[in-house]
Structures are given as structure tokens and as C-alpha cells.
Design a protein around this ligand. Structure first.
Ligand code: NAD
Ligand code: IPM
Ligand code: MN
Length: 356
């Protein structure tokens, strides 16, 4: 039987609850489609700080590099909010992304048909559906630029720098075109080129790269307008390519169109097939440990792992179909509507596994 080696980082808050459900579903998919996972459990984030003093321990790095893919829950929480910026749980997440070279973050904002009425956007605006792929740059920009605090003439200040090199932009823009080619062949570059030099460099690279993809219809949009257009007419978008921070913000916004942030999965990819898979949401400290978290974003991240790292498209499709059917029957509190059975995190995982 085929065996796949993955490192599992449950993280903090709801992380352990949602990851357990993804593993339940991955194991079921393996039984059905003839493969088996070997899991190596390691620490990242606040739990790693508690155990080792640092958010991204060497042992975790070594385990990830020795495996084919990584499954992550979420990190962070109020317990570690007083840590210095250089040793916060979130710093562990940035460090792992950089260390593993995960420059391309795919965030598919897709609405499952049974959730149309759970979206805060009117059904006539959603129309036949919604299917946007946000391709977010993940290892550059303001997250990784120079930063610091200072005091000048008795005035305290702080700064963070948005900085992109040509090669960093080139590889993510190319990824944007490649994914657009597999979709409706429409690519929107979202930026702030009316203000930022870095955005103007993005546009230059876009124009250059577009020559190699004549079939792709290219457009440009300022990020403030895009935030508005996502709510006004989300269906105008097919594939969006954007910087680290703009992609972070727009994907949380887009997730809500699909009913809940608890629905949006992601794949963080390096060159080749290696990837880290995680929901786009955080550790949700407000609902941790209560069985209220929606595990579907993490389950769908597991499906993305099957698709992108392991080439198991049939198993990935089957998980997505099982999620779709589960949504016609049961709901966690974040997507609850009258007429559906109310379920806990683990009951949702059970239902998806059963329907597989
Ligand atoms: P969050 O995404 O954790 O939560 C925002 C809101 O969405 C909360 O009300 C939460 O209950 C809800 N929510 C999130 N996921 C849900 C799910 N699966 N099911 C149902 N409801 C869900 O964002 P936040 O509150 O801004 O951040 C909390 C912590 O998580 C912070 O420490 C932050 O830095 C961290 N964070 C981590 C990641 C990550 O690990 N990738 C991502 C975002 C935030
Ligand atoms: C995400 C998160 C992270 C980010 C934080 C926790 C560092 O919000 O994965 O979307 O901003 O990238
Ligand atoms: Mn985010």
C-alpha cells in the first residue's frame, strides 16, 4: 500500500480539535482509496513556547523537512500575547513559512451550494455560485521587511517595511498565471499601485509575464476597491494574485461570502510538491475547547494536501463531495440555519468521514 509521511502541527486554541477531525477524514480516505498516512506529531506556536521556549523548535523544522507535507491547525492566543514580537506563536508561523520556502499560498473562496442561504451576501448576488482563488505571496513583503522601534527627539516610533524583490514577485506572479490557466483564465493583480513603489514593480512584472500567457485576461485593481468589489459583485473575480498582507486581509473577507471563516482552506506551496496545509482562520480562543469550532476548513485543507502534494485527485474530490453532502444535513454553530441538525466539531468530522 502507498504510504505518505506527514508532519502534524496541531498548534493552539481550537487547533487540536480541528486537526483531529481532518485526520479522521484523511484516514477514512486512505482506507477507501488505498493509501496510508504516517503521522509525526510536533509542536508549533504557543504550545512549542511552553514546552521548549521557542515557537518553531529545531525538532519541528527537522521533522517537516523529512516529510512530504505538513498539516497545521492554528497558533496563538492571549496566553502568549505578552511575548516579545520575536518570540510570539505567530513568529513561529512566519518562520516555518520562510524556512520551508512556502512562497505561494492558495486560498480558494468557494461557496458550497447548501450554504448559499448561510452567506451574509444576498443569494441573487452570489448567483450560481462563487469560486475565487486568491494566490497570496507568503514569504515576503511587510511581514518580512525591516522593522523596529525607536525614539527620536523624545518621540517614540515604530516601523515595518513593505519590500519586494523582482524574483520574489516574478515567482508568485507566474504561479498566479499558472493557476489562472487551470481555471477561467482571468487574473486580477490586486495592489496599491497608486501609492506604493512595490506595487508598481508588481505591475511591471505582471505586464512582462502576461506576454507568456496570451490566453489569460489580465486586470488590475487597487486593494481598497477590491475589498468593496468582493462584497458588491464577488463573481467578477476568477484568480487574484496579491501581496502577503493584502492576501491575508482579502481572504478573511472572502471567506465570509462562503458562509464562515471556518470553511476556507489553504495550501502553502514551495517549488515542487511539498506543501503545508492549514485553514486560513486562527486559533479562535473565544470558542476553544467547547466543541463549537467548524473543522471543515481543516478537513478541506487535507483534501488540498491530497490534490497538490500526493496527486490523489479522486480522494480529494470525494472529500469535497462528502463535505457538500454533510452541509445538507448538519451544521456547526458558525453556519447554523433553521432546519438543520446542530453538531459539535467531532460530530461534523464523523459525518464527513461516514459520507466518504
Ligand atoms: P480567528 O480566526 O482565530 O477568530 C476570528 C473569529 O472567527 C472568532 O470569533 C472565532 O471564534 C471565529 N472562528 C475562527 N475559526 C473558526 C472556526 N473554525 N469555526 C468557527 N468559528 C471560527 O482570529 P483572531 O481572533 O483574530 O485571532 C486569534 C488568534 O489566532 C491570534 O493569536 C492570532 O494571531 C491567531 N491566528 C493564527 C492564524 C494561524 O495560525 N494561521 C491565523 C489567524 C490568526
Ligand atoms: C494567516 C494568519 C497569519 C498571517 C498570522 C497569524 C501570522 O493571519 O495565516 O492568515 O497573517 O499570515
Ligand atoms: Mn490571516
Amino acid at each position: 500500500m502507498k504510504e505518505y509521511n506527514i508532519t502534524v502541527l496541531k498548534g493552539d486554541g481550537i487547533g487540536p480539535e480541528i486537526v483531529d477531525e481532518a485526520i479522521k477524514v484523511l484516514n477514512r480516505a486512505g482506507e477507501k482509496f488505498g493509501f496510508k498516512f504516517n503521522y509525526n506529531y510536533q509542536l508549533l506556536g504557543g504550545c512549542a513556547i511552553d514546552a521548549t521556549g521557542v515557537p518553531y523548535p529545531q525538532e519541528t523544522a527537522d521533522a517537516c523537512k523529512a516529510s512530504q507535507a505538513v498539516l497545521l491547525g492554528a497558533v496563538g492566543g492571549p496566553k502568549w500575547d505578552d511575548q516579545p514580537g520575536s518570540n510570539r506563536p505567530e513568529k513561529g508561523l512566519l518562520a516555518i513559512r520562510e524556512d520551508l520556502g512556502l512562497f505561494a499560498n492558495l486560498r480558494p473562496a468557494k461557496i458550497f451550494a447548501p450554504l448559499k442561504s448561510a452567506s451574509p451576501i444576498k443569494e441573487e448576488i452570489i448567483g450560481d455560485g462563487l469560486d475565487i482563488l486568491i494566490v497570496r505571496e507568503l514569504t515576503g513583503g511587510i511581514y518580512f521587511g525591516d522593522r523596529g522601534t525607536y525614539e527620536e527627539n523624545g518621540v517614540v516610533g515604530a516601523y515595518d517595511t513593505e519590500r519586494y524583490t523582482y524574483p520574489e514577485i516574478k515567482r508568485i506572479v507566474k504561479a498566479g498565471f499558472e493557476y489562472a490557466m487551470k481555471r477561467e483564465k482571468r487574473l486580477t493583480c490586486v495592489d496599491k499601485a497608486n501609492v506604493l513603489d512595490s506595487s508598481r514593480l508588481w505591475r511591471k512584472v505582471m505586464e512582462e509575464t502576461a506576454v507568456d500567457y496570451p490566453e489569460v485576461e489580465v486586470s488590475y485593481m487597487y486593494v481598497d476597491n477590491c475589498a468593496m468589489q468582493l462584497v458588491r459583485n464577488p463573481n467578477q473575480f476568477d484568480t487574484i494574485v496579491t501581496s502577503n498582507i493584502f492576501g491575508d486581509i482579502l481572504s478573511d473577507e472572502a471567506s465570509m461570502i462562503s458562509g464562515s471563516i471556518g470553511m476556507l482552506a489553504s495550501a502553502s506551496l514551495a517549488e515542487g510538491t511539498f506543501g503545508l496545509y492549514e485553514p486560513i482562520h486562527g486559533s479562535a480562543p473565544d470558542i476553544a475547547g467547547q466543541g463549537k469550532a467548524n473543522p471543515l476548513a481543516t478537513i478541506l485543507s487535507g483534501a488540498m494536501m491530497l490534490r497538490y502534494t500526493f496527486g490523489e485527485a479522486e480522494a480529494a474530490d470525494a472529500i469535497e463531495k462528502a463535505v457538500d453532502t454533510a452541509l445538507t444535513l448538519v451544521r456547526t454553530p458558525d453556519i447554523f440555519e433553521d432546519g438543520f441538525a446542530h453538531v459539535t466539531t467531532s460530530q461534523m468530522g464523523d459525518k464527513v468521514a461516514e459520507l466518504l
